[in-house]
Design a protein. Structure first.
Lengths: 159, 483
């Protein structure tokens, strides 16, 4: 399964991923930019966890794993209880959409159906975001685990 | 449904995008992987282009003193009023200020419109930042002959950034970082007055005022290359020998100078609106030797007059001074939000003394609030013309009664009973040389560096759905208001 990778050595914090996500998801802020110990900016994106806490927390089965393995949210089932918002350990789910709605990353399922990569990755001006198969990226040995399955290149931490 | 390629005009880079339209509506907005400038990416500003088209502050009908009227009525009244002021007060009683998003054709038309219809010399293309001065300084210091292409930046062994180019044009960062990751000898050196987005990636960060830092680097280079120097360089060296640089500054500057001179190819990225720093950066490129080039990154995308020979007769500040002095009776403002863009001048007083203020703008802004007549105008996605040296077609028709600046000027000329002939487009080369510069003044001003940016464009704000490319004052930033 393809996942999102972040190269912290290249992220300039331009917030283009935030803007692209905002535009493609009907003006709901799914990607936010967070500060990490004053040194780096980290896009707070859904990590697509192996064992998602949001899925377990949802009382109405509104969060589900689709046939491609992407953790998504059902529009019709969501009651807006915000259980998933509090369950997510990365703060990657936003609760600002309005009544009976939360904003949850779906890896741009509609764009992927058209053969395009997710908007945040396509937009990234510095080439910090990458959308790739996890096995291939692991083989490169350039990335270290950085919370869930979001990965960063390790030379950053040596600086 | 039609697919068209467009060029983003939010900054000077000009990244491409693909727009799919159906009639007057934007159906789809997509990245353009074939575009040589953007390489399929867009920054936060570029991603907000669709939002501009459906902005709640969009003007669609002409207004007189806050009440909507028909175009015919508005034009008749405007034509009458302008003719009256012109006939009663003679020459130079009227003026026109054009926005920086005008196309080259529109600037050419304005150059014909102002003398013919307004019988005046008061014409300016207005930028809240110092884009005009920066590019003029570059051209004057022979920077034009040493302009770096985007490929040059990609291939450079040493990049020196002045100010914060990554914030102004984030898309440039891909080239700089590609060069760092692929060419091992590459180094990024940053000169800025405060830590910023670019300085986080710098191998050497010289934290001082921009022109002061550049002078420190120039001094180190001049010390290294003794002998066979021109008189201009000797004079510069003599003046700089006495300059009081701090040891910390000198150490960083020496490192930057060493890398820049030894690098086979080098690029200076100018991400500031400080004209003095632009001049000194051009000097640095000249002194740095062969294979060095400069690239200016500016906040405003289309600078129509710079390379096409716009003759600046009067600056906007001068026009406002004339208004305060009572010499100017009427002003036509096409697109420019002067009230928000000139914080250091009392624009309200100047506007209050005018008998007639006509403001054409795409969006409601502070200037249109004060105007007697408000005319809705098209934004850059809705008009065709030459921008950044390329001809760009209109993506969409303008909504409601909005018209392009050239249409508005033609209609006003028609209402005044004048047939307009577009002026001949004369290419004017600026032939100034660095050697003609006053070295003493350059060094003295550079060391003092009292430059304060007037307006700084900031990142996009989404949460309240307000205007996308908002602008905040230095004062507001200093006062602790969140950007």
């Amino acid at each position: 399964m393809k996942k999102l990778f972040l190269d912290l050595d290249r992220c300039i914090g331009a917030r283009a991923c935030v803007a692209a996500c905002y535009r493609t998801h009907q003006n709901s802020p799914i990607v936010e930019m967070g500060d990490v110990v004053d040194a780096a900016l980290l896009p707070e994106m859904c990590r697509q966890c192996e064992n998602p806490a949001c899925l377990a927390a949802c009382p109405k089965d509104a969060i589900f794993r689709d046939d491609k393995g992407i953790v998504r949210r059902s529009n019709s089932r969501c009651i807006g209880c915000k259980s998933c918002v509090y369950a997510c350990p990365f703060g990657a789910i936003a609760d600002v959409l309005g009544t009976y709605m939360i904003a949850k990353c779906d890896m741009c399922a509609d764009r992927q159906a058209r053969g395009l990569i997710p908007a945040c990755v396509a937009s990234c001006p510095s080439g910090a975001l990458r959308f790739d198969e996890i096995e291939g990226v692991r083989a490169e040995k350039k990335y270290v685990l950085l919370g869930g399955h979001m990965m960063g290149r390790h030379p950053y931490f040596r600086r | 449904m039609a697919k068209q390629k467009g060029i983003c005009q939010m900054c000077t880079l000009g990244c491409g995008f693909i727009a799919e339209t159906a009639g007057a509506e934007l159906v789809d907005f997509e990245f353009d992987p074939d575009d040589p400038n953007g390489q399929g990416t867009l920054c936060a500003k570029g991603n907000c282009i669709p939002e501009l088209l459906t902005h709640p502050k969009r003007l669609i009908a002409p207004m007189r003193n806050g009440k909507a009227i028909r175009w015919e009525e508005a034009l008749r009244a405007i034509g009458l009023a302008l003719t009256q002021i012109r006939d009663n007060n003679g020459t130079d009683a009227l003026g026109l200020v054009l926005s920086g998003d005008a196309t080259c054709e529109e600037v050419a038309l304005a150059q014909a419109f102002v003398p013919a219809c307004l019988k005046s010399r008061n014409l300016d293309v207005f930028f809240p930042t110092n884009d005009y001065e920066v590019l003029d300084a570059l051209a004057h210091a022979n920077g034009k002959t040493r302009r770096a292409s985007l490929q040059n930046i990609r291939d450079a062994n040493c990049v020196v950034t002045v100010g914060d180019p990554f914030a102004t044009c984030p898309v440039i960062s891909r080239r700089v970082l590609d060069a760092r990751h692929e060419i091992r000898a590459n180094s990024i050196n940053c000169i800025a007055d405060a830590p910023n987005m670019t300085s986080r990636f710098a191998d050497t960060f010289l934290q001082t005022a921009e022109s002061r830092g550049l002078l420190a680097v120039i001094k180190c280079i001049l010390d290294m290359t003794e002998g066979n120097t021109s008189t201009w360089q000797k004079e510069m060296k003599r003046l700089l020998d006495k300059a009081p640089f701090e040891p910390k500054e000198t150490a960083s500057a020496a490192r930057i100078a060493d890398r820049f001179v030894k690098a086979k190819t080098g690029a200076v990225l100018l991400g500031t609106s400080n004209p003095l720093a632009a001049k000194l950066a051009a000097a640095l490129v000249r002194i740095g030797g062969e294979g060095k080039a400069i690239h200016a990154l500016l906040d405003y995308g289309n600078s129509p007059f710079i390379y096409e020979g716009f003759q600046r007769t009067t600056s906007t500040r001068q026009i406002l001074e004339y208004a305060v002095a009572g010499k100017l009776k009427g002003l036509v403002v096409l697109g420019a939000d002067i009230l928000a863009g000139c914080p250091d001048v009392n624009v309200k007083e100047a506007f209050g003394k005018l008998d007639l203020l006509i403001a054409a703008a795409p969006f409601r802004n502070q200037t249109t609030e004060m105007a007697h007549f408000v005319l809705p105008s098209a934004i850059w996605q809705e008009k065709s013309g030459t921008v950044m040296g390329r001809y760009v077609g209109a993506l969409l028709p303008p909504p409601g009664g909005a018209k392009s600046y050239s249409d508005i000027m033609m209609y006003i000329a028609g209402a005044m009973g004048i047939r307009l002939q577009p002026a001949d487009w004369v290419r004017v080369e600026r032939t100034g040389r660095l050697e003609d510069e006053d070295v003493g003044a350059l060094v003295e001003k550079g060391l003092r560096d009292d430059f304060i940016p007037q307006v700084r464009s900031t990142a996009t704000r989404f949460s309240d759905g307000s205007i996308t490319n908002n602008v905040s004052w230095r004062k507001a930033i200093e006062g602790g208001i969140q950007r």
